[in-house]
Design a binder for this molecule. Structure first.
Ligand SMILES: *[C@@H]1O[C@H](CO)[C@@H](O)[C@H](O)[C@H]1NC(C)=O
Ligand SMILES: *[C@@H]1O[C@H](CO)[C@@H](O)[C@H](O)[C@H]1NC(C)=O
Ligand SMILES: *[C@@H]1O[C@H](CO)[C@@H](O)[C@H](O)[C@H]1NC(C)=O
Ligand SMILES: *[C@@H]1O[C@H](CO)[C@@H](O)[C@H](O)[C@H]1NC(C)=O
Length: 170
């Protein structure tokens, strides 16, 4: 009984500890308009925070567009002649993994930013977990600890009572 309670407390604790972990976010570029001309991707990116480990998901017509990473100068000039990374895989569905804290300069290389198809994002380090999370987990942990504190002595007491009863029977 006591061991079982400790086990439950440990399981609860493991879950509580796992909760504040921030998961990577997937951004569909352009939302339901995807990677297409005549969308201002600077406006799309406004107010969003891109963190290490997030990904950008590009959906587009593979015959018309692609997705290339270039440097700042080439981004500003819409020059696709010397891409740093070719993120295009061929299916018109591409993922750019934001695994470096830096500025990513991406553009449609087939049309040279055709219709304004360029996107710059700044990737930041993960922020520290929000303040509310530790408070919540502390509450749960102390609840679990409290339950364990109550149940373990009770269980021990029952065991010794039972042992005494058995001993008396002899
Ligand atoms: C997109 O929006 C930004 C911010 O409002 C603006 O500075 C930029 O000129 C716009 N780009 C185009 C191609 O309209
Ligand atoms: C970007 O690359 C071009 C061509 O290789 C180069 O001329 C330019 O100086 C580079 N710009 C930056 C900011 O690195
Ligand atoms: C990028 O890679 C794709 C898939 O390998 C290829 O078809 C395409 O020609 C490449 N584009 C550039 C500009 O290198
Ligand atoms: C980031 O991802 C790219 C493409 O998947 C990979 O080539 C590169 O090694 C990765 N960099 C780091 C620092 O993990």
């Amino acid at each position: 009984m006591a061991r079982f309670t400790v086990l439950i407390a440990a399981v609860i604790l493991a879950f509580v500890v796992a909760v504040p972990e921030v998961t990577a976010k997937k951004y569909t570029v352009g939302e339901n308009k995807f990677w297409n001309p005549n969308i201002n991707y600077t406006i799309w990116a406004q107010g969003k925070h891109f963190y290490l480990g997030d990904w950008l998901y590009f959906v587009f017509d593979r015959n018309q567009h692609n997705i290339l990473e270039v440097n700042k100068t080439d981004y500003e000039n819409c020059n696709a002649d010397h891409p740093l990374v070719n993120w295009t895989r061929g299916a018109g569905r591409d993922i750019v993994t934001l695994n470096v804290t830096k500025h990513y300069y991406l553009l449609d290389g087939k049309g040279g930013c055709y219709g304004g198809m360029k996107l710059a994002v700044k990737v930041e380090k993960l922020p520290p977990p929000p303040k509310a999370a530790p408070v919540k987990s502390t509450g749960l942990v102390s609840m679990a600890t409290g339950v364990a504190q109550f149940v373990i002595p009770f269980a021990l007491f029952s065991v010794s009572t039972m042992r005494d009863a058995i001993l008396r029977m002899w």
